[in-house]
Design a protein around this ligand. Structure first.
Ligand SMILES: Cc1ncc(COP(=O)(O)O)c(C=O)c1O
Length: 432
């Protein structure tokens, strides 16, 4: 059956009917009409074959054997004991913080240290869990939070530092790990933009108790929507799975769902404390949970994407380097952002810091007019936004407030070819 699906997909692909995405892996760059988008899915036939195969021949429509396999392969590839796939990176953060609070027995009002410049759904689930986000202004050198300002904010209620390198570039992990050790607090990674980034030859996630990841189309690998929570602690992951799967205690996944006695070996038993009733483990609830499960076909897509990760990583590094060199050559008054000598970054994008806000405004307009897609540095200081204003006074974070006016980023996409860079160069030559 799978072979027939593959044959059919290859046939249709030849007619150029299959890939209507912004990007796909083998698309040629047409200098007369194409945009240089900042990112997009790096797919070929394999993702499409996997996706249809999962629907037509799989046993589950919801999370099943393909998700389970993807979780295992992802864990192997990125050195986790276990991983849990959910329906987005935002859900991954929600599950990650909810499960950490339960597992480590944090109390309402406990504090987590975080940057105000990043993605909103890094911060929202901290507050939604009745924890307190404590903010640290960024430094304009690497655009991460200013690690030297962290220690003065640590107190008896501080439970952890949330590291979220916005475009993949790592802060000094030696410093952060030592700080966490000194104060007996956790290092937690929102790794949505930094899948595969390394520090001192180790993955950034190797330094953390738990990490999240996003598979939205702009990210390193994509399943359309999707996210992952990972950890080296399998017991923590069991709690995360409960949180994402309605709050139930059962942790059977994929084919294990068909075991008459379940993975635990005693599916029908006296599970409830203080009750003699024999109940089904699948209907025994130990967390107050959500339903954040993905579709099984997303697991099949993820498996195909994992095969491409190494190529994507190398190409993203090349794209960032090439973008830097072109902009350094042709545009005066901007600064590129370099990785720390101990870091090996899997770039999400190529950030630029402009000398003045006038320069940023003019340059961004010029690039957009010439079909080179730009992005603001996400939301800038999130505390300036209506939904987040009540968390803290944004005026306390002056560097963060400069970000929307002086910083922007372009892609470091794996799709860029020599034609793309030739086109960008021809545009930059016209800059006055
Ligand atoms: C750092 C960071 N965290 C979380 C998210 C949310 O991921 P998703 O869009 O999959 O919900 C994003 C999205 O781009 C992100 O960049």
């Amino acid at each position: 059956m799978k072979d027939k699906i593959a044959e059919l997909i290859h046939e249709v692909a030849k007619t150029n009917q299959v890939f209507r995405f912004v990007y796909n892996k083998d698309k040629k760059f047409d200098t007369n009409k194409d945009w240089v988008y900042y990112s997009g899915p790096y797919w070929d036939n394999e993702e499409v074959i996997g996706m249809f195969g999962a629907v037509l021949t799989g046993k589950w429509l919801s999370a099943g054997e393909h998700i389970h396999k993807f979780e295992s392969e992802f864990s192997k590839k990125f050195n986790h004991a276990d991983s849990l796939m959910v329906n987005s990176g935002s859900s991954a953060n929600l599950v990650m913080f909810t499960a950490l609070k339960s597992y480590l027995k944090w109390s309402d009002g406990d504090e987590l240290i975080v940057s105000p410049v990043g993605f909103p759904t890094t911060i929202a689930p901290i507050y939604q869990n009745r924890l307190v986000p404590v903010f640290i202004d960024i430094n304009l050198k690497d655009l991460n939070f200013d690690i030297e300002k962290i220690e003065e904010k640590i107190n008896a209620r501080t439970k952890g530092i949330v590291v979220s390198p916005v475009l993949g570039n790592s802060p000094d992990m030696d410093y952060l790990v030592a700080l966490c050790k000194k104060h007996q607090i956790q290092l937690i990674m929102d790794n949505c933009d930094s899948l595969g980034s390394r520090w001192d030859n180790k993955l950034l996630t190797d330094y953390s108790i738990a990490s999240s990841c996003s598979f939205y189309p702009a990210h390193h690998i994509t399943t359309g929507e999707g996210g992952m929570v990972s950890s080296k602690d399998e017991n923590y992951l069991k709690i995360a799975r409960r949180v994402a799967w309605w709050g139930r205690d059962c942790y059977c996944v994929g084919a294990a769902n068909l075991l008459p006695c379940g993975t635990c070996g005693n599916r029908f038993d006296k599970w409830m404390e203080g009750s003699d009733a024999i109940i089904d483990h699948k209907y025994y609830f130990t967390e107050m949970g959500y339903n954040l499960k993905p579709l099984d076909l997303q697991g099949a897509i993820g498996l195909a994407q994992l095969q491409k990760y190494d190529e994507i990583h190398e190409k993203r590094r090349r794209s960032k380097e090439k973008m830097d060199s072109l902009f350094e050559k042709y545009i005066h008054g901007i600064r590129t952002v370099k990785e720390h000598p101990k870091a090996h970054t899997s770039w999400f994008g190529t950030p630029f810091v402009c000398e003045t806000k006038e320069l940023k405004r003019k340059l961004v307009q010029f690039l957009e007019d010439n079909r080179i897609q730009t992005r603001n540095y996400f939301a800038g200081n999130i505390l300036q936004h209506p939904a987040y204003k009540m968390l803290d006074d944004y005026k306390k974070y002056p560097n963060s407030n400069r970000v929307l006016e002086e910083v922007f980023f372009l892609g470091a996409a794996p799709h860029y070819t020599n034609d793309t860079f030739d086109y960008i160069e021809s545009v930059l030559k016209k800059w006055k």
